[in-house]
Unconditional design. Structure first.
Length: 481
């Protein structure tokens, strides 16, 4: 709320006019206005909030609130959510064409799920639709946008611009098109920022810390390239944390699909269906989320009632015993979307099981792309090590049985069964980009790194007439990776 040093000030007068105060005279007397304000105290109080979303059990839009409360809420945020058409129009022109199309189902479910993150205490998350040009990625975003009636944004923005978008989409679905539009130097930090739900810490001109903006949201992205490939342009690699925060989903699930679509319904081709949905999303929007929130806010416990039970059943069906904690984190994000989508059937009018089927199809495709279950960090470490030896075994490793050969930039030794890597090389090259202990534990778990009789990972080995300290790695296992 804006405060004024004096209600007779020009700032106060201009604020009254901008807030809708009507003055019938060109030279309106500010003294009379001030007297009016003093003599007419406020008859009702309202809690003013600056962001869309949940506030004390109430879901607040700039022009509407959902839920029961003795106090009134007023949201000062600029309205981004627009309503057009009826719910029945949305169901017939948009929602029904999502049936049988897993990526569209996921997008719509993400929109509903974003509004109940607080209820389930779920963390922020992003989903990235990756595919070639004109395959329907943007259409998927447009379909998802029709739930809230919010516009599809772009990755092409500044840090401050992205922060503002995130704040405006609190407890909503943020839609960002064309990942390739953001600098590869910035995209990694941007993903962390969106998923972590807080802006950068900044100082004002006096060196005092400014307010940190916070948000709670899901974000749905699209692009012709994925996060890892895009960051490579800046000679950076993705961290597992980034890949868990922005989850890649291929736009097409098979060569038999029609771009992003698996079911064309009555349309002749994917282009026709895409054009219909693109146009329909402009005409029918915003009614779905209002209908959903009107029910959810009446009894938030009802939506939580079956979640744990359904999640447990899905976990048994889709996760193997050997799955890692990271697999469960990704699984739960997809399952959360599917379960909330099932709850929202009274809005979408989808067949029972459609939301879970679509979202878990996307999860299974993600698993297949990521080569099954397992710790992503371990896989990346092993891949990095395999590539290193593939490129350098002949040029940088001295053969123990041929010590007369001169090796430039030697990093270790080899025989037919093992690689013997010097401590400096192991820490600076083998562990490059990773924590030393993480690499050691990964190699021990894969039975690649060998310990000596004293249970040490760095051994003493006699090579020719010299004694050197080395890490002993199983050559055969590395070559089989």
């Amino acid at each position: 709320m804006t405060c004024f040093a004096s209600i007779k000030s020009e700032k106060f007068f201009n604020h009254m006019l901008s807030a809708g105060f009507i003055c019938s005279h060109k030279n309106c007397d500010r003294e009379l206005i001030a007297r009016y304000v003093i003599q007419n105290p406020v008859s009702r109080e309202m809690d003013i909030v600056s962001s869309v979303g949940w506030h004390e059990g109430i879901f607040v839009f700039p022009n509407k609130t959902f839920g029961k409360s003795e106090r009134k809420m007023w949201c000062t945020a600029s309205p981004l959510h627009h309503k057009k058409g009826s719910l029945e129009d949305w169901q017939q022109q948009i929602a029904r064409y999502c049936v049988g199309n897993s990526r569209l189902v996921l997008g719509v479910c993400a929109a509903f799920a974003s509004s109940v993150l607080k209820i389930f205490e779920m963390e922020n998350a992003g989903f990235h639709i990756v595919g070639s040009s004109s395959c329907g990625k943007t259409t998927c975003l447009k379909v998802a946008s029709s739930v809230f009636g919010t516009p599809v944004g772009s990755w092409r923005t500044t840090d401050n611009g992205l922060e503002n978008l995130a704040v405006q989409h609190n407890d909503s679905l943020l839609l960002l098109d064309e990942l390739g539009q953001i600098s590869p130097y910035q995209v990694g930090d941007a993903v962390y920022m969106l998923a972590n739900g807080a802006s950068k810490g900044r100082l004002d001109k006096n060196g005092v810390g400014q307010k940190i903006n916070k948000w709670r949201l899901l974000f749905l992205s699209s692009g012709e390239t994925d996060l890892s490939s895009h960051m490579k342009a800046s000679h950076k690699k993705t961290n597992v944390g980034q890949e868990l925060r922005l989850i890649n989903i291929n736009a097409t699930d098979s060569s038999e699909s029609y771009g992003i679509f698996e079911n064309l319904h009555e349309f002749e081709d994917g282009q026709s269906l895409s054009a219909h949905l693109f146009d329909a999303s402009k005409s029918y929007k915003g009614t779905a989320i209002e209908t959903f929130l009107e029910t959810v806010t009446q009894d938030t416990e009802a939506i939580k009632q079956d979640y744990a039970r359904t999640l447990s059943l899905l976990r048994k069906k889709y996760l193997s015993k050997g799955s890692e904690g990271q697999d469960f984190r990704v699984f739960e994000k997809f399952a959360f979307l599917g379960i909330i989508g099932e709850y929202a059937r009274f809005v979408t009018n989808w067949p029972e099981g459609e939301a879970i089927r679509g979202c878990m199809q996307c999860f299974q495709d993600w698993l297949e792309t990521n080569e099954g279950f397992g710790n992503r960090e371990s896989k990346q470490i092993l891949t990095q090590i395999q590539l290193f030896f593939e490129q350098n075994t002949e040029s940088q490793l001295q053969d123990i049985n041929n010590s007369n050969k001169h090796i430039m930039n030697m990093v270790g030794y080899k025989d037919k069964d093992f690689f013997y890597i010097t401590p400096q090389t192991f820490r600076s090259v083998i562990c490059q980009g990773w924590v030393y202990k993480t690499v050691v534990n990964t190699l021990l778990k894969a039975n690649i790194l060998k310990k000596n009789e004293q249970n040490e990972v760095c051994n003493v080995k006699r090579i020719g007439e010299r004694t050197v300290r080395v890490y002993t790695l199983d050559r055969n296992l590395i070559e089989k990776l």
